[in-house]
Design a protein around this ligand. Sequence first.
Ligand SMILES: *Cc1c(COP(=O)(O)O)cnc(C)c1O
Length: 371
Amino acid sequence: MREGSATSWCTIHRDRISRNLELARGLVPDGRKFCAVLKADAYGHGIAQVVPLIREQGVETVGITSNAEARAVRGAGFDGALIRLRAATLQEVEGALDDRVEEQVASVATARQLRALLDAGKFRTGMHLALNAAGMSRDALEISTAAGQDTCREILATLGSDIHGICSHFPSNEPIQLRQSADQFQQQAAWVFENSDLERSKTLVHAGSSLTLISDLNIDTDMYRCGAILYGILKPDLGFRPAMDLEARVVSLQDYPRGMTVGYDRACPLERDCRLACISIGYENGFRRVAHEGSAVKIRNTLAPVLGKISMNAIVADVTGIEDVVVGDTVGVFGEGDVASILSELAETQFRTIMADLYTDWGRRNHRVYR
Ligand SMILES: *Cc1c(COP(=O)(O)O)cnc(C)c1O
């Protein structure tokens, strides 16, 4: 049984994730580390299935955000460093103690909580000072102000050499802005070393994601934290391939005369006689409602325009003139599947978003089949 009785399904190609990982690690400069980012259930691909692939290649560090993800990574047998890529509440920190999650610190309150857990012998792993460096302004500490520097000094006094890393996250990969962020981060990290007993050689100074790894600029970072590239979101020219296909089935074929309208609100009139296929996927499965104009699916290796507003569990495609279409045919919505390929550019245009958003959504809303 392949996709079983599912009406729409994601096929996850494990071999492609392995290959993408191999290619990505090949781009990492000598002496720098690599962190595989598996948050959001490995961008919708399934943590439990992806962990064995990264273990096979000896990846030493994994990035997650929630405790459930940390548990899933440990449950799949990963024993290396596990870093949380955002600030956590005390409740979260306590809930993740057994899974040895390395936490970020960017406030005095968090520093004191971590100090107490360290002193009680409960926290036995690393922590990272998170600097904003004119970055995301999400959860990290901005030390370009006197108040920020005071806070930083207090965090450093509270945690001292228990801080293992200094991290940031770049908000833009536009070259001039990336250069500015990277320089600012290094300057702020240097300020931290000047104002503490932390030793540069023992501290992991890390920022930068997939786009930093593939940037032509020479960006300084001790570790690259990469998600997107593992799932084939970037750089097809370097051999990276999407690892997820999204497919559904033709469940009905009907002929309708010119003058009928298709779908809700009568928004789509037929200008000629048409043969229409009803396909077993809708917005429940991540075929988003914004896609009602100008989108297409692949049937019998031909692009068929989607007509009318998207229903909850069904879409309608115009298959007039496409030979041999029958009920039960597999329909390609995305990917390099058996049936067809619909690639990222089209998907991002028709769903008006980025692939990371689509993968995390599709992976959760559909049955997943592993190859
Ligand atoms: C998600 C995330 C990454 C990985 O980003 P990609 O662009 O998917 O490689 C790295 N660092 C942080 C802090 C993140 O939240």
